[in-house]
Design a protein around this ligand. Structure first.
Ligand code: APR
Ligand code: PHB
Length: 391
């Protein structure tokens, strides 16, 4: 098998790249280790930045999102029993975010790609990359028990944090920057109408809470917990009781409860590798960086990377120039670090840290007070939340 660009991983990074390349007439094939139903059902985040929404629409992939997604123009920050709205539209000149689950995006991307006879190999086993420093890199994999080889001009490592592409780069090339957080998120999906039209981020004595949603009938809720929290210690009643405490207000707010249809614990980390490229292999999305979920930047950052990569590949195939491709890592990392800063900042603003003392607590509350009372401070939150411009 031969193609111009071999893409490892059918997450948001790999699939959006596949569409961008196809649109530019560049042949590509996507190799995915899991089955199609698996990637289409896996519950993940659900906030799309304005730029991501616009791109999906430009690619003709936004029809269902525009019908079923919920456009939001603000969020609430809640602390000391009071809510404060951050008005994105007012602060950013009309921008907002789309609430639409990542696995719904995946369904739309996969079905459109297959409809145009794009190549996606599901259940590709033992995927490995070779000769990445040469002009003819190759991806090897096993499909239905048969060993196969895909020869390409370039490889896109879009295989997430636990993928194989990053680890195929020789030791000593990549510099790793990371930070762990002393907590995780316990998340549930519940058949319960969201108690508010917009997302609510809570900073409470007992820890962070987030009320998000998937539809007017389904809530997505999160609680700050221990990083290794045992789900068995959290029967549904205990989760609701804890959520109600953290979301309570002076004027008697309460969350709408309902059957819990999914439950899980997510760890939190910040992680970046530099550079995001080696030889003819480019890393994009979670394979190159992870952000903590506060602010929901993971998917959007993955999409921003592949836009840069697609632009570089288009330039290469249309003119033979490599300038953009050579600057891929530098261009992506400038944005990656800004988004890292924002995700770290939202996380620090809203969570309780185990070693917090009274000073830290008062400083955190003062910062919340500042962000919700100064237009300048609220604007920095809003412009980052709806998404920084692409270079
Ligand atoms: N071979 C083939 N496919 C692989 C391999 C492998 N060795 N390892 C991982 N994959 C696949 C995974 O099954 C997954 O479908 O690569 C895909 C990577 O997708 P994501 O993890 O979604 O990563 P990415 O596309 O970078 O998107 C980042 O997704 O993880 C969320 O919260 C994250 O929103 C962020 C976004
Ligand atoms: C979600 O809906 O899953 C979600 C929303 C906002 C976040 C993180 C996750 O900051």
């Amino acid at each position: 098998m031969k193609t111009q660009v071999g893409i490892v991983g059918a997450g948001p990074a790999g699939l959006v790249l596949s569409h961008l390349l196809a649109q530019a007439g560049i042949s590509n094939a996507v190799l995915e280790m899991h089955t199609r139903p698996y990637i289409e059902e896996r519950v993940r985040a659900g906030v799309l930045e304005q730029g991501t929404v616009d791109l999906l629409n430009e690619l003709g992939l936004g029809e269902r999102m525009m019908r079923q997604g919920l456009m939001h123009y603000g969020i609430e920050l809640r602390f000391e029993g009071r809510g404060h709205r951050i008005d994105f539209a007012d602060l950013t000149g009309g921008k907002g975010v789309m609430i639409y689950a990542q696995h719904e995006v995946i369904k739309d991307l996969v079905s459109a790609r297959l409809a145009m006879e794009g190549e996606i190999v599901f259940e590709a086993r033992e995927v490995c990359v070779d000769r990445i420093e040469s002009e003819k890199p190759v991806i090897r994999f096993v499909k239905n028990g048969v060993a196969q080889e895909l020869e390409c001009n370039f490889i896109a490592g879009c295989d997430g944090f636990h993928g194989i592409c990053r680890d195929s780069i020789p030791k000593g090339v990549l510099k790793i920057h990371d930070r762990d957080y002393p907590f995780g998120w316990l998340g549930i999906l519940a058949e319960a109408p969201p108690a508010s039209h917009e997302l609510i981020y809570v900073n409470h004595e007992r820890g962070f809470g987030l009320m998000s949603m998937r539809s007017p009938k389904v809530s997505r809720l999160y609680l700050q917990c221990k990083p290794d929290e045992e789900l068995s210690e959290w029967p549904d009643e205990r989760i609701w009781e804890e959520l109600q405490k953290r979301f309570s207000t002076r004027d008697g707010f309460s969350l709408t409860e309902g059957p819990v249809i999914q439950k899980g614990v997510t760890g939190m980390r910040s992680f970046v590798v530099e550079p995001m490229q080696f030889g003819r292999m480019f890393l994009a999305g979670d394979s190159a960086h992870i952000v903590p979920p506060t602010g929901a930047k993971g998917l959007n950052l993955a999409v921003a990377d592949v836009r840069v990569l697609a632009a570089g590949l288009k330039e290469f195939y249309s003119s033979g120039k490599r300038e953009l491709l050579e600057r891929y890592s530098e261009i992506c990392l400038r944005r990656v670090w800004k988004v890292q800063r924002f995700s770290w900042w939202m996380t620090s603003l809203l969570h309780r840290f185990s070693n917090d003392n009274e000073f830290d607590r008062r400083r955190q509350l003062a910062e919340l007070d500042y962000v919700t009372s100064s237009r300048a401070a609220a604007t920095t939150l809003a412009e980052n939340y709806v998404g920084l411009p692409l270079e």
